[in-house]
Structure formats: C-alpha cells, structure tokens
Design a protein around this ligand. Sequence first.
Ligand SMILES: Cc1cc2nc3c(=O)[nH]c(=O)nc-3n(C[C@H](O)[C@H](O)[C@H](O)COP(=O)(O)O)c2cc1C
Length: 370
Amino acid sequence: MSLPDLALPLVKKLPPEAAHTATIKGLKLGIGLPNIPPSRWNTPVKLPRSGLQLWNPVGLAAGFDKNADVHGPMAKFGFGFLECGTVTPRPQPGNPKPRLFRLNQDQGVINRMGFNNHGLDYFVRRLRRQPPSLTCPVGANVGANKSSADFIGDYETGIAAVYPFCSYITINISSPNTPGLRGLQDKAALQELLARCGDAQSTAQSALEAEYGDSKNGWKPVFLKVAPDLQIQEIDDIIETVRGAGSWLSGLIISNTTLDRPEILKSADKDQSGGLSGAPLMEKSTEVLRAFAAELIGEFDLIGCGGIQSGADAYRKIRAGAHAVQLYSALVYHGASLIARINSELADCLKADGFSSVEAAVGADLSSPA
Ligand SMILES: Cc1cc2nc3c(=O)[nH]c(=O)nc-3n(C[C@H](O)[C@H](O)[C@H](O)COP(=O)(O)O)c2cc1C
C-alpha cells in the first residue's frame, strides 16, 4: 500500500473538497508514491482511429487534475492514460462552496464545481513540465468560461493552446454545471462546434509542423465527451453529426455525470443539485455507450466512463464497445491502489473468457460486433 492510500481514512474525515485539495497537495509533494509501470498487466491496447497506444486501457477521467498539477505523480499508480482539465481560457473560481458531496451509502458523488480552474496559461505551463519519466499519454480536456459570449470560440482557443503539449484533446460539452453548455450537443450547434474545432485542430497541426517539422510532433487525436442524459433521437443526431465532421475527430468519451437521481439513492445529500457520478451511474452510462457503439464501433474510438468500481465494471464497458475506460469517483472511496486491482481483475476477466487481447473483447456484447 502506498502512503496516499494509508492516508485515505484520514482524508475521508475531511469535507470532500478539502480532502481533494489535501490529496493534490500530498501528490505534489510526491512522498511515498508507488511506482507501478502501466505495462505490468500485459493488456496493451491500440485505439484504431486515433492511433493512441496504451499499456493498459484504464485511464483517469477529467476533473481530478483540473490544472495539470499532478499528472506526473498520478502516472505512478499504473494508469494507462491520464486526462487533465477541464481547463477554460481564463481562470474562474467555479460555483460557491459547498459544491462537492459524497454519497457514502451509494458509493456516488454529486458535484457542481462549475469548471473551477487556473486557466489556460497556468495549465499549459504545467503540461510543458511533463516529467520525462512519464510513461503514459496525457490528454487535455478543454471547456468554455461561464461568462463567455462565444462558447465555441473558447474551445478553439483551448485547442490552439494545448495542442503542442498533450497526447490528445477532449472537447467537453457535457458538464451540467455551466448553464447552456450541454446545448452544444444539439444538432445545429454541434455542427458549428465541430466545423470550427476541426479548423482549429488543422491550424494547430500546421503551426506545429512549421515549428518542429512533422517527424517530432505527430497529429493529436480529438475526442468529444458527451452526457449520459440523452434521448434516442439526440443520440441519433450526435451520431449523424460526428459522421459528417470529417476524419479529424477520433472518437467519443461516454459519459460525463448525470442529472438523474435514481430512486435507489439513499444518502442524505442525494438531492443536491449537480452531476451524479460513481456507482449509481454505471448502468446508465453503459447503456448510452452501447447505443453509440451499436452504430459507431469500428468507425470511431469509444472511451467508456461512468461508475467503474472494479475490473468487472471495466470489462463490461469494453464488451459494450469501449476500447478504453476512465474513472474518477471510485478513487474517492477506494484510493488510487484501486487502479492496480482493476487492471489485474480485468486481465483475469479477459483470460477467463478466452480473449487473447483487449481488442478481441471490444464490443463482444453487441449483436453485430465489428
Ligand atoms: C468532482 C468531479 C469533478 C469533475 N470535473 C470534470 C471536468 O472538469 N471535466 C469533465 O469532463 N468531467 C468532469 N467530471 C466527470 C468525470 O470526468 C466523469 O465523466 C464522471 O465522474 C463519471 O465517471 P466516474 O463515475 O468514474 O466518476 C467530474 C467528476 C467529478 C466527480
């Protein structure tokens, strides 16, 4: 057990946001970190459209390391990839506190943080300091400032700024805590967003090639992160729109937090406003993943996120069509040693069902796998 895991019972006694701040501070100090190579479990996977190569398919979801402060230390827990952000062009404080709640009895979390972050300048400075020892891809999740008059312009600014310094980019239009943001998932708005972000990606790539030559810095994949709160018609519209976007878009991350409050919730804070994540999100986010995968598998790279607590959960997302998975909320309850456990359980699940690779299991539960 690493020192951060030994400190978990103490950290859990703090209010949730103070616990998170203490964890980030502890990670920055770097005391007692393990050093688990992400290759330990022999479950490498290549995401076919983006070309991303991962030593294992288990990633850290956005929101834990909003300012790209601790991707170096977090890499030591054995993650296959890490995602920093959401970062907005200008720093912003986020919503008033309290804005983060543990749903202990439900193993869930509700947050209405509202993209609190130090802004792009700080984020890029931190990304540039990426330790040479970092063994896994680091993605940058970009968003829009709450007070912005042009949300799409903020994504263009974000893509241009992070492009040279990350392994991939996520366009996050699915946070429920910035009023109007999820409206970018609507067909006409999404078409405009993707057209302008595609141009931003291509301009950023040209600038990179002009500066370094194309051999050193390759093309950076871009993913779109969607909400789980989508009707069938909305899913169909998103599918049609991403198909029309062009080859620059690599895939989807499915999903962000939900505004739903399932009846099974028991915790005192279950009616707090904000996005619900953790165990109560597993079913819903996997259903939405399956709906997208039924159409898009083999065409786009899909990353499954929402409610993963175990290797069996990660395996379910892979069988539902994900090439890779991400998690955040389970770390609140189980600490970062969970990553080693999930990876080892996932390797066991693959072996038990006779799959010789992660790729072989992707979409196994769909009626017409790719
Ligand atoms: C406290 C908190 C903050 C989050 N902040 C972000 C964010 O800034 N950007 C984002 O794309 N997702 C954010 N998320 C959503 C997670 O990345 C993830 O999509 C969601 O929590 C579902 O995964 P989980 O059930 O494993 O937590 C946040 C989640 C939590 C719990």
